[in-house]
Design a binder for this molecule. Structure first.
Ligand code: MSP
Length: 529
């Protein structure tokens, strides 16, 4: 019987350029969340993909002497699909806005809104930023007084000049949904998260909503408007629909009912599209609004949002090449409170990697496995045998720590707070390290009279390690799979029920971890690797 439905999405990424670690950050956050739910037995679906229409992609392709379709194909094949492998994302689907299923769904959706009177023809005149693919208000622009664009109005995000557009467009009557949107934020306070993003959205909508221009005529790289082929659908209107066209909107009602609505994980820069325009579109189409929209913070470089256009982008492979995909996932999800901005530095990454992954967790795993081999012939003592040595307070504390870590991490993941989940799990890592240190199994092993106590300690430490493998598997899928098999545990670690992680019991035989889960990285090897 499938469990509770859980459908998570990432934004679909523009294919004008290759991914940097900001894009990979969104991917790993959504992936860890989906893996957690999958392991909790929920009927989970993770969608990611690429946003391929619009002026930005068209211009990039032309500048590179090719067609937008050929350009997109190339970037998807050589950069965006490989990214998923680079950072260990287990997505269930990958949608491209050039997929036929998507193009058909968009045409059907926009036609329905037109037939139902939510769309009208009008004239648009205003500023447009191709980098954002968005119309801008005057207060979103800055007049520069230096550099290449001195004296021009530039987009505050891209620092590039905006264009003045005057076109006959079709408009979506978004203004009609203002009060329903405010009511949505009011009645479902966790619809937009975190609080800071929610406040910004509520304030924005309270100021009043304009209608939205949703078609373009000055170029043709987009989905044709079905009733007027001289227009193509505005790229954001097209892109947002990927979340429903990927799960059968209009063609497979059973699939659609099973998956929709989704939890959208997005950067805070695009929260407004997801928490204002998107629910308004869905309301107009009489569909359910999303389950939640979480706008996470930015990775900063030199105090600014990391971006390729500002030449501050770091490729994910630069980090995974030295540290591995698991460490990439761990670092960004642990070091940055999800929802806040975070500065990336090689020094901090190296320090945390060595202290927490190599010494804290990796070393614990190697030590416990080695001791089980050395002092117990590779067999994890049975709980019955272990119970012979009276359970000491220290043993009970480990047991409590296992339960606590499982519960707290689960609640944190429910709130989409992976950093808190990892902190809760790390309390167990610390507890176990303290336990091994205080119980000194190597000293117990020297005294045959202490055999029962030694068994208890080895059993307790091994069980704690198994619990850690299960709890950490959404974050460290590769390392925990290795650990699970080194513990001699049957099946795949990703298949263990995460909410009962602490119930795991194994008997081995254990095998050594060679090489260790997280070999130390010297600082010189890491910086700018
Ligand atoms: N194509 C649109 C999204 C359409 S969704 C229907 C788009 N694409 S994008 O390629 O620009 O990627 C945007 C997303 O990448 C952000 O929302 C965020 O999730 C991620 N990030 C890009 N730069 C980032 C940082 N510097 N830091 C953190 N995340 C960043 O917008």
């Amino acid at each position: 019987m499938p469990g509770e439905p859980f459908y998570a999405t990432t934004p679909i990424f523009y294919v004008n350029d290759v991914p940097h670690i900001g894009h990979a950050y969104t991917e790993v956050a959504a992936d860890a969340l989906a893996r957690w739910h999958r392991q909790a037995g929920d009927d989970t679906w993770l969608l990611t993909g690429t946003d391929e229409h619009g002026e930005k992609i068209l211009r990039t392709a032309v500048a590179n002497g090719t067609t937008p379709r050929a350009w997109a194909d190339e970037l998807v094949r050589t950069a965006w699909l490989p990214l998923l492998e680079t950072v260990g994302v287990a997505n269930d689907d990958f949608i491209r806005t050039t997929d036929e299923r998507h193009e058909r769904g968009v045409a059907a959706f926009i036609q329905k809104l037109y037939d139902d009177g939510h769309i009208y023809a009008g004239e648009y005149e205003g500023f447009y930023c191709v980098g954002c693919e968005e119309y801008k208000q005057r207060d979103e622009l800055v007049l520069t007084d230096a550099g290449d664009y001195a004296g021009e109005l530039v987009c505050a995000i891209h620092s590039r000049p905006v264009e003045i557009l005057k076109e006959k467009n079709y408009f979506f009557r978004m203004s009609a949904f203002q009060s329903r949107l405010l009511e949505l934020y009011e009645t479902r306070p966790d619809f937009v998260q975190p609080e800071s993003v929610r406040n910004e959205i509520v304030q924005f909508v309270r100021q009043g909503l304009s209608d939205l221009s949703i078609t373009r005529t000055s170029f043709d790289w987009g989905i044709q408007v079905p009733w007027d082929p001289s227009h193509v659908v505005y790229v954001w209107f097209d892109a947002l629909l990927n979340y429903i066209t990927a799960v059968g909107y209009g063609v497979d009602d059973a699939k659609f009912a099973r998956r929709w609505p989704a939890v959208h994980i997005v950067g805070k820069d695009i929260a407004r599209f997801h928490a204002v325009i998107w629910p308004a579109m869905l309301m107009a189409a009489e569909l359910e609004v999303p389950a939640r929209v979480f706008g996470h913070g930015w990775l900063l470089v030199g105090g600014e949002k990391m971006s390729k256009s500002k030449l501050t982008g770091i490729a994910p492979g630069e980090i995974t090449g030295t540290f591995g995909a698991d460490a990439f996932r761990y670092y960004f999800l642990r070091a940055i409170a999800f929802g806040s901005d975070g500065s990336f530095s090689w020094e901090d990454l190296t320090a945390r990697y060595n202290a927490e992954l190599a010494n804290g967790f990796g070393n614990l795993a190697s030590r416990v496995l080695t001791m089980v081999q050395r002092y117990s012939d590779g067999t994890i003592p049975s709980p019955e045998g272990a119970a012979v040595g009276a359970a000491a307070d220290a043993d009970r504390e480990v047991r409590d720590a296992e339960r606590r870590a499982t519960e707290l991490a689960d609640r944190a993941m429910e709130r989409i707070a992976p950093h808190e989940a990892l902190a809760a799990i790390w309390d167990l890592v610390d507890e176990l390290n303290g336990y091994v240190q205080s119980q000194q199994p190597w000293a117990l092993a020297k005294d045959p009279a202490q055999k029962a106590r030694l068994d208890t300690v080895l059993f307790t430490a091994s069980r704690g390690l198994g619990t850690l493998a299960v709890l950490l598997s959404p974050f460290l899928p590769t390392a925990t799979e290795r650990l699970w098999s080194a513990l001699g545990a049957p099946g795949a670690v990703q298949e263990q029920d995460i909410r009962r992680a602490f119930e795991w019991i194994g008997d081995g035989p254990v095998r050594p971890l060679d090489p260790p889960l997280f070999p130390r990285v010297e600082a010189e090897a890491a910086v700018g690797a």
